[in-house]
Write a protein that binds this ligand. Sequence first.
Ligand code: NAD
Ligand code: ZN
Length: 229
Amino acid sequence: MKVVVLTGAGISAESGIPTFRGKDGLWKKHDPMKLATPEAFGKNPKLVWEWYDWRRQLIAKAKPNEAHLLLADLEKKIGDFWVVTQNVDGLHQRAGSKKVIELHGNIWKVRCTSCGVEDYDYRAPLPEIPPKCESCGGLLRPGVVWFGESLPIDALQKAFALSQEADIFLVIGTSAQVYPAAELPFIAKNSGAKLIEINPEETPVTPYADISVRKTASEGLKEIIPELL
Ligand code: NAD
Ligand code: ZN
């Protein structure tokens, strides 16, 4: 049996990491949705980096929560168990999940806008903002996918394939508004998977879900684990 889990910012909410669309998703007076764009970075790289530096510090202090740990444990029990995440915080891997597809990159990655070199930098706070490339002195950008940008093709192809092959497709903590990730539950459902959703609020996935649990990620997971084993 193949189980595929699509996670969004909501699964990390219980670790204290704000979602974008939630009511706690505020930073200073700026709208995260307007900072996570190539246009915002082009106009004001320092402001965008200040926001990422703040998020990196939050994530460095955060710990995987019960939901991340339950998923890591399910991978051990089920084997053919995959996490496709829109999150950039790396908490699934820190919880012990191995089969993780990152659709939107990783907040600890940096990429040079001049020479293209990519690396991980785990310093938080960063010593200099905006950070510069060590090889060429160019401006570095966060190694994440912004609104309006395309997703890494390998991760996307793998996510589409997994969605088609899934026997059970679980959607946790995503508002299902960001495409193409939001398409995956529908691909899975149309390919015959049983679709299960966990989210305290209704989403566009809700009407198509075979089971929909209006609870937080950890509470909801504890409820539906018997369906998976
Ligand atoms: P979103 O902010 O659009 O939606 C969050 C969803 O989580 C909402 O539907 C909300 O009802 C639900 N939620 C809130 N608390 C929850 C809880 N305790 N348990 C379960 N669900 C809960 O997030 P999204 O759909 O992931 O899309 C936003 C984009 O923002 C993504 O591309 C992602 O890369 C990025 N993002 C990532 C992080 C992170 O890495 N932790 C945080 C914020 C945003
Ligand atoms: Zn460079």
